[in-house]
Design a protein around this ligand. Structure first.
Ligand code: ZN
Length: 295
């Protein structure tokens, strides 16, 4: 009798476990179904990851190791994610051009030499793409001198030309010379009391200078502006739209819901890939934020 009761409890535990697994699977599959890329359901979930440096020391918020970066690419490959460019995302919104399933964007800010040395070879190995936002003045400076210190050097225009031509790296605008906190301005943020017209002139001159150089070097004009330090206001967005940029990348945390409304391309959210914060966790935490969104 005792044995029979024990057996019954055992089967009950198994049944409860099976029911729980089935319920979890059905919830998980329904979450992903909502954001599947298809023409009948144009609203898609696009995670954008923010990276800065990939090198072998000084790990932290903005620095990860080459091994960590490779583990991200391996995870994306194993889980059938497809890295896309900003141009592909913009074409999806404006022209309904189809995107591969599970689209994701890997963005690199500032254009460090270690992107060329440590990231670019892995992109070729895994056949994946990144979006690299460069600071024009820094690239200008490092193109004039020979300094290949992987800890602080920038890429040169020759390296940018090579990466862009490979199809693995899309170059975007991170300002020509406004990536600094100087003279009362924080990045490209409007100064206290600055008239709109003056602000517009400063941004237009700076941004278009970099547009021209990148177009000359890569034969492609950037279509996205990446906010230095993630700092901007409504005026910044208005000016950027007037200048013809189709998208902006912010530092606001979360994933993006994109449909055929061009407005969904501005102030795009990004998740910072820090040291010891692998892609699996990053994506899980990012998708979790959708629970609290009502747009
Ligand atoms: Zn930056």
């Amino acid at each position: 009798m005792k044995v029979l009761i024990k057996c019954k409890q055992y089967y009950k535990t198994i049944l409860v476990t099976i029911a729980f697994i089935l319920l979890t699977l059905s919830i998980a599959s329904s979450i992903y179904d909502i954001y599947e890329v298809s023409s009948s359901n144009p609203k898609i979930c696009v995670p954008i990851i923010m990276y800065h440096q990939v090198k072998d020391n000084s790990f932290g918020k903005d620095v990860i190791s080459p091994t960590e970066f490779e583990s991200d690419l391996q995870y994306l490959k194993d889980n059938k994610y497809n890295t896309i460019t900003m141009t592909q995302l913009i074409d999806y919104v404006y022209n309904s051009t189809a995107l591969p399933g599970n689209p994701i964007i890997l963005t690199f800010d500032d254009g460090y030499l270690n992107t060329y040395k440590n990231v670019y070879p892995l992109l070729k190995k895994y056949d994946m793409k990144i979006v690299l936002s460069v600071v024009g003045k820094t690239v200008d400076d490092f193109s004039k001198v020979f300094d290949d210190n992987i800890n602080y050097a920038s890429t040169t225009w020759n390296q940018i030309k090579e990466m862009s031509a490979s199809g693995h790296v899309e170059i975007q605008n991170h300002s020509y010379n406004l990536h600094k906190i100087k003279n009362g301005r924080y990045g490209v943020y409007q100064k206290n009391g600055e008239a709109f017209i003056d602000y517009e002139t400063v941004l237009a001159e700076d941004f278009m200078k970099l547009q021209e150089i990148v177009e000359e070097v890569t034969e492609k004009a950037p279509n996205t502006f990446t906010y230095p330090y993630g700092k901007y206001n409504n005026n910044t967005e208005d000016i950027i739209k007037k200048l013809g940029f189709k998208a902006t990348l912010s530092c606001t945390y979360g994933v993006n819901l994109i449909d055929n409304n061009p407005e969904t391309l501005y102030g795009l959210r990004r998740m910072c890939r820090s040291h010891r914060y692998p892609m699996a966790e990053l994506l899980k935490d990012g998708i979790e934020t959708l629970k609290y969104r009502n747009d």
